[in-house]
Ligand binder design. Sequence first.
Ligand code: SF4
Ligand code: SF4
Length: 74
Amino acid sequence: MRPPIIRPETCRSCQPCRASEECDRQAFLREDAADKPWIDFYRCRGCMRCVAVCPNGAIEELVQPCTGGRRMGW
Ligand code: SF4
Ligand code: SF4
């Protein structure tokens, strides 16, 4: 299973988060409604539906093993 990540520099903190609404595992978490969401890897099942619906292209599949060419952004 390869969970995606949300790139904080690209995420626009949409209200509501369309990608979150697409997730049937409630894997998107936000500490505060105005915060950028993050994905709980324990809940995520790696379906990638959220990647397809984020209007800003802020969610990417996590590449493993790390090649050094990408950074997680935090
Ligand atoms: S829809 Fe995409 S850009 Fe908007 S809050 Fe969700 S993850 Fe961030
Ligand atoms: S990959 Fe699927 S299960 Fe994981 S956060 Fe995205 S929509 Fe939810």
